[in-house]
Design a protein around this ligand. Sequence first.
Ligand code: KDO
Length: 334
Amino acid sequence: MFNLTRRAVIVSAATVALAASFATSAAANDLTFTLATSGSETDQRSVAMAEVFAPMVSDFADYQPGYNGTLFAQGTELEAIARGNLTMSIASAQELAQFFPEFSIFATGYVHQDAAHQVRVFNDALMDPFKQTVEDELGLKLLSVMYLGRRHVNLRFTRDEVDVQTPADLAGVNIRMPGTDAWQFLGKALGAAPTPMAFSEVYTALSTGAVDGQDNPLPTVVDAKFYEVTKQIALTSHLVDLNYIAFSAETWNALTSDQQLTVQRAADAAAAYGRLKQLEKENNLADFIRSQGVEVYTPDLEAFRTHVQAQYVGSEAAASWPEGVLEKINALGN
Ligand code: KDO
């Protein structure tokens, strides 16, 4: 009985391993985490989810991403998760502000100072009531904060046509901003005349002149090839923008505690990986964009910061901010 030949032992060990792998793969089919994003497949946040998050949860879940708004259109993902039709999205504070106005504080011009500040804020106790409200009322968990980058004004005009030094230079300029109130408010606070439009339509709108410009971080300008249809970028850094990895609370609650820990760790690892890659790109793309015939320059930042922040004082958005939160965010800054 115990007189197994060496070969038999090897074969049986291989069979066990093979069965285990089938068992693992079968278990993986039990769950599928779907992700909807208006971002492209090559956007660093998408890459981080596919290359870091997905493998870390692959023991018990398959990963099914939908890029470029193909699974759910930009701005409809949160409702899809709430209705049980989607597992995850790369959500924004601006989208959440449509449901909970107080989230507009995280979408306010010149509040977050940099990527590290975003992480300190997201991990601070000040965030707990915000996360709890989203889970209680929308049925989703905000697992981690992702770095999207410094948003700048990107125009079809050359500097000879429109030289952007202060917000006054943007008067009447039709800048596309995403469709929610917090975005439109920011566009007006910049001094521009914003047009609401989905991300997927921006390239065509710039190429046809339907809009005069858009605002996004340098990595997005390159990934979406906006440099092909624009002529200048004024480095306003008017919003150090972020996204949240939003995850269905219903799916989460059905996981074992080990699986929940793995999902949380996978989200944190993907957010950290994507942040580093996005920062690397952001710090090295200006010269490439210039090589494509786009002027990239720094405007009067103090004029922009002062003017933009003044627009929020006494605003309806600011009225929704819980007492003391802005002070706590500022205290977590550099
Ligand atoms: C955009 O539509 O300009 C924006 O940058 C808004 C972000 O919140 C996010 O939705 C992003 O698009 C997409 O992920 C595409 O990069």
